[in-house]
Every structure is written in C-alpha cells, then in structure tokens.
Design a protein around this ligand. Structure first.
Ligand code: ZN
Length: 265
C-alpha cells in the first residue's frame, strides 16, 4: 500500500491530479457503497490482506477524488466491452482461467454484483467420467476452479498448461469443465458472448473443444448462437483490466456530470 501511494504521489507530481480513481481488485471484496466496509478486501485466505481497506487510503492520498471499486475480472470485462471483444454488446460473460478461475458478468450494459460479487469460478461442475483428480480448490475440492485452473492441470498431469502438447487428453477434459461454465451462465442470464482469457487460454486448441462440448451439453435445448463468435478470446490481452478501469472512471465522471446537470435544472 505504501508503494502504491508513493507511485500515485510521484505520478501526480509529473502528470497532475487525476480526475477519478478505479481499483480493479482481487476478491472477495466489498463493492457495496452503502456498506461500512466498502472498499475493503474481505475474507481472503491471502496472507495479510483479510479485512484490509484498499480503496480508502488510495483515495485519501489522491485528495478524495471520485472512485470506483470493482473486481479485477469485471474491470477486464468492462474493458473488453468498451473497446475489445464485446464492443457494442450489452450482455457478456468473462472468465479468466489461470492460477485461479474468476468470472464477471455484464447484463444490460451493467456489471453484475448481486449482494456481493460473482464468484463464478467456484460454481459446481459435473466430473468428466475419466477424471479421477480430487480437485485443487482449498474450499470445495472439485468446483470449476478446483478442476480447471492452471494449478489443477499441473497437479493432475504433472506438467503445466504450457508444457502439455495440443493433442493431449488434458484439453478434452479441460473443455468439459469450461463448457459447463458456459452452459450454467447461459441458463442464468444468457450473454451474447463469452470471453475466456488468462494464461491457460493461451492454448487456442481449447476454443473449438469448448464450443463442441457446449453444443453437446446444450443438447438442442437452447437455440445457441453461432458458436465461433460466441465463445471467444479477449482482444485487449493483458491491458483489458487497465483499459476497463479507465473506462469505468470515465463512466463515473459522466454519471456524476449528468446527476449534477439534473440537479442544476
Ligand atoms: Zn472452489
């Protein structure tokens, strides 16, 4: 935190005071502006971070400027929706598959929070019939993240995602789990597009496998969109979160301006 505050102090000296601050954070985090612990990381197992006020000290260091507090996955989703793979769409889901699995959801142009925020990485999934791996999630063992995150691949096969060849049976099993994530989201709030990012998704052979599995799982129940354009990779790469934070800050300022105008009139 001290390093972040120092960074902002030095950057402000060079570039001037920013108009807004957006924090796209790991979770679980309190995103409810009416809550006493708004802006805090909550019950994380990450050492030293539980119940830490993340937003407050940063905002204070920047003179109390308008601020947005959002999950890192939702921020990346907002970036893709603003200027990437979901530009112009109103309903989009985003999964990042790496050291863990995170999920974000945008419905009607708004990021979905619920009473907390989505934890779609921990949704329940059915086991692949050939998969005997116990699961890597420290809370649930064989949830989506437990079966399909990068460390789950490595524990199951003894090799990291990058080391497994493209024709390895690992990918059919991986697609089995990721396609279930797509189907579950489709059944809750059908998006127009589902974006899969993160280190594991650099394995591009996964995309056609996920589409095929999704079609099999759906089994004709829902009229699926054209799948090539439905399950896609991100366009903004590692910049999605940063660009999403910029777009969220701009949206906040626009909203505040509009409210100010309404009050003025
Ligand atoms: Zn879990």
């Amino acid at each position: 935190m001290a390093g972040l505050i120092r960074f902002f102090s030095e950057a402000t000296n060079v570039h001037g005071q920013p108009d807004a601050l957006t924090v796209g954070t790991f979770g679980p985090a309190d995103l409810d502006p009416d809550s006493e612990s708004y802006g805090h990381i909550t019950a994380t197992p990450k050492a030293g971070w539980a119940q830490t006020d993340l937003l407050g000290p940063l905002r204070k260091a920047l003179g109390g400027i308008p601020a947005v507090f959002e999950t890192d996955v939702n921020a990346a989703l907002f970036g893709e929706a603003s200027s990437g793979a979901a530009k112009g769409l109103k309903h989009t889901a985003y999964f990042t598959v790496g050291t863990g699995i995170g999920g974000g959801l945008m419905i009607g142009g708004d990021l979905v929070h619920g009473s907390g925020h989505p934890e779609m990485g921990h949704m329940r999934v059915s086991r692949h019939p050939d998969d005997k791996f116990e699961g890597a999630c420290s809370f649930h063992k064989d949830c989506l993240e437990g079966m399909a995150c990068g460390p789950a691949l490595e524990k199951r096969w003894g090799k990291s995602a990058e080391e497994l060849p493209a024709d390895h049976p690992a990918w059919e099993i991986e697609a089995h789990y990721l396609a279930q994530a797509c189907l579950n989201v489709l059944m809750i709030a059908p998006p127009e597009r589902i974006i899969f990012g993160g280190g594991v998704m650099h394995q591009e052979q996964l995309f056609p496998l996920i589409r095929k599995k999704l079609s099999e799982l759906s089994n004709g129940y829902l009229p699926l969109p054209e799948l090539d354009g439905f399950v896609v990779s991100p366009e903004l790469g590692d910049d999605a979160g940063l660009l999403g934070c910029v777009a969220l800050g701009r949206q906040l300022l626009r909203d505040q301006e509009r409210i100010g105008q309404t009050k003025g009139s």
